[in-house]
Design a protein around this ligand. Sequence first.
Ligand SMILES: O=c1[nH]c(NC[C@H](O)[C@H](O)[C@H](O)CO)c([N+](=O)[O-])c(=O)[nH]1
Length: 165
Amino acid sequence: MIKGLGEVDQTYDASSVKVGIVHARWNKTVIDALVQGAIEKLLAMGVKEKNITVSTVPGAFELPFGTQRFAELTKASGKHLDVVIPIGVLIKGDSMHFEYISDSVTHALMNLQKKIRLPVIFGLLTCLTEEQALTRAGLGESEGKHNHGEDWGAAAVEMAVKFGP
Ligand SMILES: O=c1[nH]c(NC[C@H](O)[C@H](O)[C@H](O)CO)c([N+](=O)[O-])c(=O)[nH]1
């Protein structure tokens, strides 16, 4: 048995894990469902409510800088975060705006982990239609609907416990 493969249902002691969620305010209905899904999963995995802090930015483009400063300002206030979950929803319009923001924000969030030395969970939905976004927030009529916020919450706990400071 290759070590590590059996960790899918691993349980973690999340009682001291501190999580920062920074979410964009575009596409509010979808955002609210994703944030709620992430918080419910964090609580279900043992993160204390007092250890979950939330802030917001105007849109997905502001997520990298807003997430970085949220982590830095939290640290400067004497607390610290073990993991951050930036959450945004990009839905393609009839211009190239979607492509440019999606690509640049994705790279910026990936690079942010090295800057702040914290796990950054990729909570950006990049959808071609509103229905795709609703489905990935567990909303809408699709049979395959599933709230990806839950996955981000689970990933946050695992990364914080296994690879935190
Ligand atoms: O979060 C989003 N921001 C969007 N644009 C705003 C952008 O993220 C910035 O907030 C704005 O450009 C100001 O910097 C979106 N679209 O344009 O489609 C979108 O779908 N989602």
